[in-house]
Design a protein around this ligand. Structure first.
Ligand code: C2E
Ligand code: CA
Ligand code: CA
Ligand code: CA
Length: 276
């Protein structure tokens, strides 16, 4: 390679600048997207394994950016860093509560609704109040609301986070530990916080029926969780052998592409709400 002159950027610096630029651009576009309602909640059915019935739904955010669907894995971190997550998160909560309470009232159901809560939101002073207002406004039973948090959210600002979690629990909402099996997977977290649901991460699902390592991992985590008497949801069920394994391990609820992808509200209503 050519020797670089003093005022020439190294490839590394160039890459950094490109990344920084796109981060700034995405942040600006995201700000606008929030204002112009380009963000839409999709819903994925959560199935009771015993009966095959739809027990409820997980709300998952989508960003339709001029025909390109952006993944939340790409923009939620930017929303978190820029502080946009608090406003966005409150909207997500409002929208999810409103949708599921409409379905429940219209069809006489008691679907649960799982909502992902970012660690930043656990430090938002208005979170608890807004959630309480929302439950009241839509007349939704708090125990139908499952707030999904990740284990890493429990590691910092422990006092604030713990206070918020206790308040959410006192509202009557359920707390779910998301992405279990990917990080610390600590028993102490499950005992210290009022968590009642554990979600086994999709990355743990065996690649085949011969994948002894993953099978042992799911088995081990499941037995650990059930000793604590917590309810388990397995995500990333893509194949019949995943469902079989979950049945064998008496995992109560499952979700994954094998049952349904996350879909827009109207599709979910047509396919899963009306017919149940
Ligand atoms: P997560 O909460 O662990 O959600 C599960 C992810 O797995 C979702 O990706 C879902 O679409 C995907 N998934 C579902 N079934 C299958 C399957 O069978 N196979 C595979 N390979 N994937 C499956 P998605 O919707 O792209 O969301 C990614 C992450 O973004 C979520 O992970 C969550 O951490 C975050 N996220 C999504 N929506 C929200 C939101 O409204 N608020 C916050 N704070 N975070 C959100
Ligand atoms: Ca989740
Ligand atoms: Ca997960
Ligand atoms: Ca996640």
């Amino acid at each position: 390679a050519k020797k670089q002159g003093k005022n020439q950027m190294s490839f590394f610096e160039y890459e950094m600048q490109q990344q920084f630029m796109s981060r700034v651009v995405i942040e600006q576009e995201l700000r606008e997207a929030i204002h112009t309602n380009q963000l839409e909640l999709f819903y994925q059915p959560v199935i009771t394994l015993d009966t095959g019935d739809v027990k409820g739904f997980e709300a998952l955010i989508r960003w339709n950016n001029n025909g390109i669907t952006r993944s939340p894995d790409d923009f939620i971190p930017i929303a978190e860093e820029s502080g946009l997550i608090n406003a966005l998160g409150l909207r997500i909560i409002e929208d999810a509560l409103s949708t599921v309470s409409q379905w429940n009232q219209k069809y006489g159901k008691e679907f649960t609704i799982a909502i992902n809560i970012s660690s930043k939101q656990l430090r938002d002073e208005v979170l608890v109040e807004k959630l309480r207002d929302g439950l009241e406004k839509y007349g939704l039973k708090p125990e139908l609301v499952e707030l999904e948090i990740t284990e890493t959210a429990l590691l910092h600002d422990t006092e604030t986070v713990s206070a918020t979690i206790n308040q959410l629990h006192n509202l009557g909402c359920k707390l779910a530990l998301d992405d279990f099996g990917t990080g610390y997977s600590s028993i102490s977290h499950l005992r210290e916080f009022p968590i009642s649901i554990v979600k086994i991460d999709k990355s743990l699902m065996p690649l085949s029926e011969q994948d002894a390592k993953h099978i042992a991992l799911v088995r081990g985590l499941t037995s650990m969780v059930s000793i604590l008497n917590l309810s388990i949801v397995a995500e990333g069920i893509e194949h019949p052998h995943h469902a079989e394994l979950c049945k064998e391990l008496k995992i109560s609820r499952v979700q994954g592409y094998y049952y349904s992808k996350p879909l827009p509200k109207s599709d979910i209503e047509q396919r899963y709400v009306i017919t149940q």
